[in-house]
Design a protein around this ligand. Structure first.
Ligand code: I3S
Length: 128
C-alpha cells in the first residue's frame, strides 16, 4: 500500500486553502479570476486542486483527487505583490516558463508561512 515514508514518495511539505488567480501563461497576461484553491506543496511541485471541500492536510494523499494544475518550483521566483491587488496578503509566484500566479490569504500567519516555506524550497532547489 502507498506509504509516504518510502524513499520514492515525494515529501508532503504543506497543504492548505489559499485564494488563487493565474495572471500570466507563458508570459502572456491573463484576466484575473480569483478562486479558492486547495494548495499542496509536495516535492518540487506546487499542486492546485479545484475542489477544496473535504480536503484536509491529514486526509490528502497523492492520487486521491485530480489536480487542476501543477507548478514546477525549480527556478521559480517568489515576491510579495500587494501592489498587484486590492486584496491584502498577496504574493506572486512566477515559473521559468512564464506562468504567473497570485496567491492570497486573509490570515497574515497563513500567508507568511506559505511564503517562507515556498521560499526555502525554491532556494533549496536553486542549490541542486
Ligand atoms: O487588477 P484588476 O484588473 O483591478 O483586478 C480585478 C479584476 O480582475 C476583477 O475582475 P473584472 O475586471 O473581470 O470584474 C476582479 O473581480 C478583481 O478581484 C480584481 O482585483 P483584485 O484587486 O481583487 O486583485
Amino acid at each position: 500500500s502507498p506509504d509516504s515514508s518510502d524513499s520514492l514518495t515525494p515529501q508532503l511539505e504543506k497543504a492548505g486553502l489559499l485564494n488563487k488567480t493565474k495572471i500570466a501563461e507563458g508570459g502572456r497576461k491573463l484576466r484575473k479570476n480569483w478562486n479558492p484553491s486547495w494548495v499542496v506543496l509536495v516535492g518540487n511541485s506546487l499542486v492546485f486542486f479545484k475542489d477544496p471541500k473535504s480536503q484536509t492536510p491529514s486526509s490528502w494523499k497523492p492520487g486521491n483527487s485530480r489536480p487542476e494544475s501543477s507548478v514546477d518550483l525549480r527556478g521559480a521566483r517568489l515576491q510579495w505583490a500587494n501592489q498587484m491587488s486590492s486584496k491584502k496578503n498577496v504574493f506572486m509566484l512566477r515559473t521559468v516558463t512564464g506562468n504567473e500566479f497570485l496567491l492570497q490569504s486573509e490570515t497574515d500567519s497563513v500567508i507568511t508561512e506559505w511564503f517562507s516555506t515556498l521560499q526555502s524550497v525554491i532556494k533549496k532547489l536553486d542549490l541542486e
